[in-house]
Every structure is written in structure tokens, then in C-alpha cells.
Design a protein around this ligand. Sequence first.
Ligand SMILES: C[S@@+](CC[C@H](N)C(=O)[O-])C[C@H]1O[C@@H](n2cnc3c(N)ncnc32)[C@H](O)[C@@H]1O
Length: 333
Amino acid sequence: MNSAPAQNGSSSSDAGYERAVRDVYAAAAAEPDASLCCVAGTAWQLPGLDVPPILHEMNYGCGSTVHPSDLAGDAPILYVGVGGGLEALQFAYFRRRKGGVIAVDPVAEMREAAARNLEEAARRNAWFRPEFVQILEGSADALPVADGSAGVVAQNCLFNVFVEGDLTRALAEVYRALAPGGKFSTSDPITTEPLPEALRRNHTLRARCVSGCIGYEEYLQALEAAGFGQLIVRARHPYRLLTPQEHPELDHAILLESLEVLAVKAASKHGRAEVFSGRTAIFTGRGHAPIEGATFASGMPMPVSDRMARDLAARGDFRVTPPTYYARAAGCC
Ligand SMILES: C[S@@+](CC[C@H](N)C(=O)[O-])C[C@H]1O[C@@H](n2cnc3c(N)ncnc32)[C@H](O)[C@@H]1O
């Protein structure tokens, strides 16, 4: 990672966690580590895709970033932090062309493992060729691609390991790499309450996707600060319970959650990012209510942003439903 001082917050040089990240992932490349990250539920089963078992064993994500509805068009998909290659293979399933997926990772052992795994995938799937995924040496804070060259960028369970300054740089790089209107599909563990400093300073636990977690609001704010105008919260569910028995730095158990967000490189009409967390607004008056270019029909739930939900809840003629954290697309406003 870049060792230049961060513009704000901690820098990688004073945090000194890069070595732990490298060591953890070099080891996880040599030998699948079932305790590293934990995916709740099985990975997508796609018709005609025979996933080699090693790819499941090396699934070091905490959710899924692969959503067919993001993948219209043919612009390359940039995948940051290749791991064993499972999601790169799943993205390649949809692109099916040379270089359709570009996967970046700084850990040589991990790049080599992913390349081997994709060779195995090619032996099992007649439609797949390893060159569909171009694996590049590089880091999230200096992505080796041109400005605006990616239609979709994805990362799964990597950005939570970064200290603040590195996270800011990584998000700025994602934004730079995306074409206007491009989509960033991101999945990370988050924490439901602040983690004690002693735990946050544990480099190995940070590298293992535990102690670097930030909260839900902070995560969305970081995406907004990077410039993303629409944030669609796709999933939020329990990830792991940290207990004092396991972590003596804790005086009570803390629940971590897994969060999946689609962040869109689009301007916001209202100066702030619009967050879609699954809320709807239902017009309770008669007929229709035209608001901000949308028409709300009486009794019909309409997906709305959190800002719009707040505005409409204050009017008295709308009923607003709580977040589901399962928004499928941006709704009204
Ligand atoms: C938790 S694993 C996730 C792997 C994969 N996304 C998955 O879902 O299985 C993190 C991955 O990011 C890689 N990595 C570590 N530091 C990185 C950096 N600065 N930039 C890009 N990738 C990095 C690791 O080598 C590892 O492959």
C-alpha cells in the first residue's frame, strides 16, 4: 500500500498493518482457511457453472457482490482483492470474453492461487477460458487501470481491513476507475457499536476482517464522501458475535453485521447522497400525489430514499415503512 501520509485520519505507515494483511493472505492462499471471513449462506449457484470445490473453500467474502442486474453493457468489471477467484469467475460467467473481468491483488501467492483455481474452472466448464479474468498485480489504493474504464467495480470483505486514510484512498480509486453512471458493488462486515481501541489496533484481527469494522452510518458516509450519489443497501445481516471469552479486549459481546451496498457514480439532485435502504412511502389520501417528478398512487408502496421518507413522514398524508436493508434498485427521489 501507499505509504504516503493520509490526508485525514490514520495512515498505513502509522498503522503498520500491511505486513499482517500480506501474511494472513499469503497463508490463506497456501492453505484454505475456513475461519477467515464467513459467508452466511451458500454462494450463487448459476446454471452451467461448475465451481471447483477449492473456490468455495477459499471464499473469503462476507456476502455477495455479483448481481446480474448491474451487468448490462460490456465494459470491463474490475474486481479488487481477488481471493481464490470465486466472484471473479462468477462475474466472468456473465461477461464471457477475454479481459471481461480484471482482478487486482498485491499478494503474489493469492494471485497465483486464483490463477490455478481458474485453470481448474476451465477444465470443468467448456464455456470458460482463464483469460476471461485478467489477474493484475496492484493495490486498491493505486488501481492499475485508466480513469473511467470500468463499468462495474466490486470488492468483497477487503475495504474493512483498511485504516481510515487507506479507505479514503481506496474509495477515491474506485470512483476514478468507474465510468460515469458506473456501479460499485461492495460487501463488508460492519460493527453495531464502536470497537475498543485495543481491538482496533490488533493488526492480525484487522487483516482477518474483524477489528477494522466501522458502523453502518460511517460506512455510508465514506461512500458519500467519495462522491457516490446513490447508495442502495442490498443486504444487512448478522455476521459474527465477538465475545469477551474470545477477545479479552471486550467487556461485553459485540455483534458484527455483513453489509452489501451498490454505490452509483451519479450526481445527487439534493447535494447529499440518496440512501435507499428499502423504505417505502404510501400515500394515504385520495387519488394521486405528484412529488419530485414521481406519482404516488393512494395505497401503493413506492420505494423512496431515506431523505424522502423523512420528508413524507412529516406531511401527515403518507405512511412510511421501515428499512428492509434489501433494496433492489433506487426508487423515487
Ligand atoms: C478477505 S479476502 C477477500 C477475497 C475475495 N474478495 C473473496 O470474497 O473471497 C481479501 C483479498 O484482498 C487482497 N488484498 C489485500 N490487500 C489488498 C490491497 N491493498 N488491494 C487489493 N487487494 C488486497 C488479499 O490478498 C485477498 O485476496
